[in-house]
Design a protein around this ligand. Structure first.
Ligand SMILES: C[S@@+](CC[C@H](N)C(=O)[O-])C[C@H]1O[C@@H](n2cnc3c(N)ncnc32)[C@H](O)[C@@H]1O
Length: 268
């Protein structure tokens, strides 16, 4: 683990869901709509986490079979509780060394994962290996370099203003390749074919300031990991700065946007 990835903690599923799973759940149906996969396919989801995309695949994708894989036992445990069905399985594993035979799946997908994998190229080659000829490989990641995740950007802007050393931890600095060009090049390097890239944007609506702030204190993910590592007084300063800077509507809601890049491709 590098110094800048030290807060990438994927342990407690409930905390992750409060912070990010709830927004990934909103992206998932939009992604599947764009993907347009026919019924009856065998699906593999790499880095399924707590099952945000898994649930949508099961509900909308009419899969013949479905496997969700993630290295986090805690996340897999929650995904298994939340997403149940006769043709779905979850297992613990690593994208860089997929425990499946070559050409086992028609569709291999991944949601908000690739940027967190130490060897992304290897992971894509593995996804390609287990995908059948003519099959689909598709994924989405946040548009970090474009400032597309406004709630995260607001958090880091406030954090960096108080602690300039935090700049290296922010996702826009860590994941500069999450652009149309960077993702296309990554897919081309893995010899994926017919590569298409689009943007998907959702509203992230927080009920009130507490709904915005509290998930950052739960430690699941880079920004919450950083927030939890602060001493109580520094954390309070950060909270207060964010409270001053966020725009709260008359009805108390804080409405921000979150934008992802989605990529789909074919295996030859
Ligand atoms: C931001 S979460 C996304 C989870 C879920 N796909 C979603 O959309 O909510 C990142 C996920 O990547 C997983 N992950 C991290 N390293 C991984 C690896 N080497 N192989 C597979 N998954 C990995 C984490 O355990 C975590 O579940």
């Amino acid at each position: 683990m590098s110094a800048n990835s030290r807060h990438d903690a994927w342990n407690t599923g409930e905390s992750y869901d409060r912070y990010m799973g709830r927004w990934s759940r909103q992206l998932a149906p939009r992604f599947l709509e764009w993907l347009g996969v026919k019924a009856g396919c065998d699906w593999l989801e790499v880095g399924c986490g707590t099952g945000a995309l898994s649930a949508e695949i099961l509900a909308r994708g009419k899969p013949g079979s479905q496997v969700g894989l993630d290295p986090s036992e805690g996340f897999i445990h929650l995904a298994m509780q939340k997403v149940e069905g006769p043709r779905i399985n979850f297992r613990v594993g690593d994208a860089q060394d997929l425990p499946f035979a070559a050409s086992s799946y028609d569709v291999v997908v991944s949601a908000l994962v690739l940027n967190f994998i130490p060897d992304r190229h290897k992971a894509l080659l593995e996804m390609r290996r287990v995908c059948r000829p003519g099959g689909i490989i598709a994924f989405y990641v946040w548009d970090y370099p474009g400032g597309g995740v406004e709630f995260m950007r607001k958090f880091w802007q406030a954090a960096i203003a108080l602690d300039p050393g935090a700049a290296d931890l922010a996702e826009n600095k860590r994941f500069p390749f999450c652009t149309r060009e960077g993702l296309t090049e990554m897919a081309q390097n893995a010899r994926l074919q017919s590569i298409e890239v689009t943007q998907i944007e959702v509203d992230t609506i927080f009920r009130d300031f507490d709904d915005f702030w509290q998930p950052f204190t739960l430690g699941a993910g880079p920004a919450p990991g950083y927030c939890s590592s602060l001493d109580p007084s520094s954390r309070e300063h950060l909270r207060e700065k964010l409270r001053q800077e966020l725009t709260v509507a008359e009805d108390g809601l804080i409405t921000l946007k979150a934008r992802a890049w989605a990529v789909r491709s074919r295996v030859d």
